[in-house]
Design a protein around this ligand. Sequence first.
Ligand code: SF4
Length: 321
Amino acid sequence: MARYRKYSVYLKEKYGARVHRIPLQAGFYCPNRDGRLSRQGCIFCDVYGSGPLTFKPPPIREQLLEGMKRARRRYGAKFFIAYFQAFTNTYGPPEVLRERYWQALEFPEFVEISIGTRPDCVPEPVVDILEELARERPLWVELGLESSHYRSLRWMRRNHGVADFIDAVLRLKKRQGINVAAHVILGIPGEGKEEVVETARFLSALPVDGVKIHPLHVLKNTGLEKLYREGKLPLLSMEEFVSLAVDFLENLREDIVVMRISGERSLELFIAPEWALEKQKVLAEIDREMEKRDSFQGRKLKLGLKPEECMPLREPVKFST
Ligand code: SF4
């Protein structure tokens, strides 16, 4: 029995076969790196902006064709998702965004499109383009939130606030056909169960359709690497991560699709914690922990008091007339 809403199952039900994501480096950069907001970048971000490991990407069409070829050869894949992954994929003039996104529409095998970006980088002219794109193909906009706690965002050098995320979600969801997903990190120093549960509740209170969760992990040439080498970065054990992930899922609205749990990054860049590389083991442990608690997604979610709980326990003050 599936105890949480797995993306792979969601896709298989929708398309009748496995669907593979093809990560793209579409030539965008990031306001948190080019000096508009900062030159430092987020504390966890690698020099490739979490995308394919290249500084000289081939044209998008070639990336799409090569990605399809590889996935067909390895997995016999039939259907694909064009995942605009590296850096901030809505950071550019609308006409450039349109030209890049529309290249994925050339191939009917790309059944969905996913666009990763920052929550403060989706102004209305960009949302217009996204809505147009969503008319052509099912569309996900993946917003990096990481945490609903402002101090954590500051520690991660995100240079946006929680309000930017709320604003982006509400504006995107006003438009037809746009699915919104949030990225979340578990294991941020200073965040324990209470904070993680509050982030799940926060997402559940918003019209969010999907979530990607990963443990805080250290990659080469990042701010985290420096802290880690100096012995100033506590990292979660696998058991701690599994427990927090289940706490998170128990407080996540049951219809939200869980698009990923656990980190996935190339060995070339990866430093720690080692257990995070064992994706299948981590997923199996999460399933086991949910079974042990006899739990499921959304089991503990409670937002606000029920009407009967909203009755005062003492008489309201009577005012003399
Ligand atoms: S994680 Fe995203 S927002 Fe942060 S520096 Fe990297 S590309 Fe920019």
